[in-house]
Design a protein around this ligand. Structure first.
Ligand SMILES: [Zn+2]
Length: 459
């Protein structure tokens, strides 16, 4: 009987380990509008696996990624390994004759209109496009905006005499009433504390603003009376006040008609434990119903992210840091909520952990390594320090520091970055990601990188 169970277990487990599994495409019949796509899955590395008769490379971990070209219409793929067969039908839509897009035209209004921002966190943009690196500010609700033109889904916003910006029509509401135009700044108070330089601007009404991370920290209020071109500029020489050029996060928002600007001071560091008492928010990407990418071995990105995040929590706490987790388990947390958790806890750093994937037209076998995203310049140096540390200590390829418009890196209160540790759909990278030793070393490298950013002389 005992032997029977051993035999049963070996057969059962064996079948599981060596099964032919496909995780992308995630259905047998799909529509993919791309000239190529890829099969991501796992198979027995010791046996031969084929796609439409073509032998494919299977990594020793079992993972594979295989690119196929798609013709317009239906494409049939048969995957086989030993006596297992899987059939996929991928439909690539037939290209319809494309309408020649007439360039959108700008319509200028005969007289200016006033709108109010309709909710919090509304982006003011440099261009009338709703993606990319073009955000000038995020406004709270009820900021009055003078608008002089429209283009597609955007209004053109007047900022002073010579500057314009754009806001999505969906982000504003009508303003009933009379607004006697330019605002005025009645007085400015400075109330520093241990952690922050803090300024309160007393205005007679709300008006648009912009914060520029410059050599000198620069806050601009637009449409302000008695200012050159109606732009009031407040400059703060951060490096003269702190002895470093490293900006450490800031916030600016209205409280009634008062505008409150807080700029975090550079912390005084404990010599032996530079991270001692430093507040760091760790964000494990995705969670709950949101799986993120699926790796070659069927591993889910959300689980890998959480595992690395927990090792990072341990590592940072060992070094004396105060850690805030945006999620501690496999639960779903919204993007805005994650940022709020970091800000409510006054985190100095916000580190979001992810694993990378690629769109259909890319080749997963040609992409490996770690990339780190930032949006605001203040976080670029942190990203660079962590990437150097990860490449050096983990041996991952340098997949660059990149500027990207992602919700988690568009937070200014903390230095906010997003780490794409490695590619889940690259078989070699994925074999690293599922290895707990790699995950631990990854946490160590990130912690070291933060430390080196704080203690290093180079900004
Ligand atoms: Zn992700």
């Amino acid at each position: 009987m005992k032997n029977f169970w051993i035999l049963f277990l070996v057969t059962f487990l064996g079948q599981n380990v060596f099964a032919l599994d496909v995780f992308y495409p995630n259905k047998n019949v799909v529509t993919i509008d791309s000239p190529s796509t890829f099969f991501i899955g796992s198979s027995d590395p010791k046996a031969q696996t084929f796609i439409n008769g073509q032998k494919i490379n299977v990594h020793s971990s079992g993972g594979f990624a295989y690119v196929v070209t798609l013709d317009e219409g239906e494409n049939k793929f048969v995957l086989s390994c030993k006596d297992e067969l899987k059939t996929f039908l991928i439909n690539r839509p037939v290209k319809k004759s494309t309408n020649i897009n007439t360039p959108p035209s700008l319509v200028e209004f005969s007289s200016n209109k006033i709108f109010l921002t309709s909710e919090n966190n509304v982006p003011l943009r440099e261009t009338p496009i709703d993606y990319g690196i073009n955000r000038m500010a995020h406004f709270e609700e009820n900021i009055p905006l003078t608008v002089d033109a429209e283009k597609n889904n955007f209004y053109r916003v007047v900022l002073g005499e010579n500057k314009k910006a754009w806001i999505s029509k969906t982000n504003v509401k009508a303003f009933e009433g009379y607004l006697n135009p330019p605002a005025s700044i009645k007085s400015i108070e400075r109330i520093d504390d241990n952690e922050y330089f803090k300024f309160i601007f007393h205005l007679d009404k709300k008006t648009p603003y912009e914060i520029v991370e410059d050599e000198n920290f620069l806050l601009k209020f637009y449409n302000v009376k008695n200012s050159p071109e109606n732009v009031y500029e407040f400059k703060f020489n951060y490096s003269a006040n702190t002895g470093t050029k490293k900006l450490m996060g800031y916030s600016g928002n209205y409280d009634g008609n008062d505008f409150i600007l807080k700029i975090r001071k550079f912390p005084s560091l404990n010599k032996r434990y530079p991270l001692k008492n430093i507040k760091i928010a760790i964000d494990a990407g995705h969670g709950g119903k949101e799986f993120g990418a699926i790796g070659c071995c069927g591993n889910k990105e959300k689980d890998i992210n959480l595992a690395i995040a927990k090792y990072l929590q341990e590592e940072l706490q060992k070094r004396g840091a105060k850690v805030i987790m945006t999620r501690k388990d496999d639960s779903y947390v919204g993007l805005r909520e994650r940022v709020e958790i970091a800000n409510d806890n006054d985190a100095m750093f916000l580190i979001s952990i992810h694993g990378n994937a690629l769109p259909d037209n890319a080749d997963p076998n040609k992409h490996r390594g770690t990339s780190i995203y930032f949006y605001y310049n203040q976080a670029k140096s942190l990203a660079a320090h962590i990437l150097v540390s990860m490449n050096k200590n983990l041996g991952t390829k340098n997949d660059k520091v990149r500027q990207g418009s992602l919700a988690l890196v568009r937070n200014t209160n903390a230095l906010s970055i997003l780490i794409e540790v490695a590619y889940l759909i690259n078989p070699e990278d994925n074999a690293l990601l599922i290895d707990t030793n790699f995950q631990k070393k990854c946490a160590e490298s990130i912690a070291k990188g933060i430390e080196e950013f704080l203690t290093g002389n180079i900004d």
